[in-house]
Design a protein around this ligand. Structure first.
Ligand SMILES: [Zn+2]
Length: 262
């Protein structure tokens, strides 16, 4: 659509079983939409190898490996050593890791310990981190401040509101906005996308999750990297800039965040 507009999907899960069997078509649509780079995030010990396979197959995919708070309960005794192996075998990022206070059966102490040890590992290996945070906005800044060395990090599908962005940005945060800002009534998300410091703004699809609202007012069945154009449009409108200008800014931010050449 826009000649050479380059889009960067900062967070998705192409290894998800819901995309198996349609991945070729999903990737072709992503290319046609202008998506040139994709961060594919693993979230449990059982999907790291599939993320690694995808990264080895497609050079525009950068893999991320981490243990998500939803999957910490059954972790193996070797999980951290395995994670370190995945992180060192190829250029990569850490994540998806984080805190989730919206799950039914919570063990906050365990969540925080698993989060902290992965942040430490990321700092030691110099791997930028993608963080999941749901309703834990009172704890995340506290934990980040306590860390002796903090790796570079982004908060994916940011839902913390505009007010928290200043303090988090001071701690180094990048903010990634997803299809949730396309949904009717997400004024909090729109306000945050408008208020985000220009050099810290990223965009993502979280595919196949967070299906965006389509131009005809229906909600997509699933999200995919090509959905990024819809997220871009809403974020650009919120900030009063053109799609092309915001895409260029996001491309530069994403490359800087991931240590990739622009
Ligand atoms: Zn995710």
């Amino acid at each position: 659509m826009h000649g050479d507009m380059k889009l960067f999907d900062s967070h998705c899960h192409l290894q998800d079983e819901r995309l198996a069997g349609r991945l070729d078509a999903v990737i072709e649509r992503a290319c046609r939409a202008g998506v040139r780079r994709i961060i594919c995030c693993g979230s449990s010990e059982s999907d790291w190898h599939r993320v690694a396979e995808l990264a080895d197959r497609y050079d525009f995919i950068r893999p991320a490996f981490g243990l998500h708070p939803w999957y910490i309960a059954g972790r193996s005794k070797d999980w951290l050593a395995d994670l370190e192996r995945f992180l060192t075998e190829r250029p990569s990022m850490t994540g998806e890791i984080g805190l989730d206070h919206a799950v039914d059966e919570r063990n906050d102490e365990d969540q925080e310990a698993v989060f902290a040890v992965q942040m430490e590992l990321a700092a030691r290996l110099d791997r930028p981190v993608t963080i999941h945070c749901r309703r834990a906005w009172d704890r995340l800044p506290v934990l980040l401040k306590e860390m002796k060395t903090r790796p570079r990090f982004m908060i994916h599908s940011y839902s913390g509101g505009a007010e928290l962005m200043g303090p988090l940005a001071e701690l180094g945060a990048f903010f990634s906005f997803s299809g949730s800002i396309t949904l009717n009534g997400n004024r909090k998300g729109i306000r945050a996308a408008a208020a985000c410091p220009a050099d810290r703004l990223l965009l993502e699809t979280d595919a196949p999750d967070i299906p965006p609202l389509l131009p005809d007012g229906r909600r997509a069945e699933m999200s995919e990297p090509a959905s990024l154009t819809l997220v871009l449009k809403v974020a650009a409108a919120a900030r009063g800039v053109s799609d092309v200008d915001l895409a260029a800014q996001v491309w530069e931010n994403s490359c800087r965040f991931c240590d990739l050449e622009t």
